[in-house]
Design a protein around this ligand. Structure first.
Ligand SMILES: Cc1cc2nc3c(=O)[nH]c(=O)nc-3n(C[C@H](O)[C@H](O)[C@H](O)COP(=O)(O)O)c2cc1C
Length: 379
């Protein structure tokens, strides 16, 4: 390992400007329709990183060599607290190459009990002026059995979360059975499980966020997870503040293992993209910087209400180390990115981890854990 460090230093590899290289390629990639570019990117990633030792070397190369970033969550160790959010790898067939890019954890899905094609295309739109995305994929995925086959026998260098949703054809009255089918099928492949009741793209799904709907659902899933498998709930940013607090109270009541705040928004406020262009895109969830303010507000409400009783993973408009640091200081135990990765390029998480490490060192923190919630009182 010591020789590798010397080689890395001698070749000045740490100084290669990867974001700049991606910035040069991005206009080319953005010439393609968004969903085509998405599949092309994943295909190239799988092909380019199909060899195990190459993946391990790349991950080692891009990750900051700092113990300060080590993050303990549910008894599991993340190399750093910046994970990949759900929705990029919906089939779980790209986790090894994605892990090689240096994420602290990978979340796959949303997966449903039954395979489903998702909504008609086009269903993915870029808003370059806002560095944002609108999507209405509608949980296109191979179903829990298809995902289980993809995940079997993987060796990942970081924790793997599996995000579960409800099949579109299943009515809300039968939602519990639908989620349970997926959980039984995938529980042995996951390090943590996420219940997604917050996507705006499955009709009626978000009604399950009402506390009297959530309680039986979460209780049934907890029964299967037992003490071994952490169960986490992902919520929408569009919940009213009092509903957020009701969900937080439920999380405490049920001793839930965590909350992920938050999914995409149905709101369209504050966009630089022209209203006509936004209208033309139609319905869907908005992500990226326009979601940032609401995401911070949701985190603030939850963190103040929970006071560390339930860990929170912050997601929504996070795209650099400074924003990750801010959310951690606000009370997040870890963060996730999606849209920032699309605009920032393959090594965004690794770059953010380096920036976060520098900020922690600047402020005298010996570990990232020490920084969690330090701004809770002042915000
Ligand atoms: C194209 C796209 C697809 C997504 N699919 C899912 C999904 O299947 N399940 C889910 O829980 N979240 C999904 N999300 C939401 C993200 O996981 C994340 O919560 C949201 O985009 C906010 O983070 P960001 O601003 O970093 O993108 C998706 C987001 C995008 C942009």
């Amino acid at each position: 390992m010591h020789d590798l460090y010397s080689l890395q230093a001698a070749l000045r590899l740490e100084e290669v400007d990867l974001p700049l290289i991606y910035a040069l390629f991005r206009p080319l990639i953005f010439l393609f329709p968004a969903e085509f570019a998405h599949h092309l990117g994943l295909t190239l990633l799988r092909a380019g990183l199909c060899i195990g030792p190459l993946r391990r070397l790349l991950r080692w190369w891009v990750l900051p060599k700092s113990n300060r970033l080590k993050t303990q969550l549910w008894g599991q160790t993340w190399d750093h607290p910046i994970g990949l959010a759900a929705g990029l790898d919906k089939a779980g067939d790209c986790c090894e190459p994605l892990a090689a890019l240096g994420f602290g954890a990978i979340e796959v899905g949303t997966v449903t009990a039954k395979p489903q094609p998702g909504n008609p295309k086009p269903r993915l739109f870029r808003l370059p002026k806002d560095q944002a995305i609108v999507n209405r994929f509608g949980f296109n995925n191979p179903g829990c059995e298809g995902m289980a086959a993809n995940l079997r026998d993987l060796t990942l260098p970081c924790p793997l979360g599996i995000n579960l949703g409800k099949s579109k054809v299943t009515p809300n009255e039968d939602a519990i059975e639908d989620y349970l089918t997926s959980l039984h099928c995938l529980k042995n492949e996951a390090d943590y499980v996420v219940v997604n009741v917050s996507s705006p793209n499955t009709p009626g799904l978000r009604d399950l966020q009402a506390v009297d709907q959530l309680r039986p659902l979460l209780t049934a899933l907890q029964h299967v997870c037992g003490d071994r498998l952490p169960l986490v709930l992902k919520i929408a940013p569009d919940l009213a503040d009092e509903d957020l607090m009701a969900v937080a109270d439920l999380a405490v009541e049920l001793s839930l293992d965590g909350l992920i705040a938050n999914n995409t928004t149905i709101g369209r406020e504050g966009l630089k993209t022209s209203p006509a262009a936004v209208d033309e895109m139609g319905a869907g969830g908005l992500s990226g910087p326009p979601l940032r303010d609401r995401s911070r507000a949701v985190l603030r409400i939850l963190a103040r209400h929970l006071r560390g009783k339930v860990p929170i993973i912050a997601v929504g408009g996070i795209d650099d180390g400074e924003e990750a640091y801010r959310r951690i200081r606000m009370g997040a135990s870890a963060v996730q990115i999606y849209t920032g990765f699309v605009y920032g390029g393959p090594f965004t998480a690794a770059r953010m981890a380096k920036e976060l490490d520098q900020l922690l060192a600047r402020d005298g923190f010996r570990s990232v854990t020490e920084a969690i919630g330090v701004d809770l009182e002042s915000q």
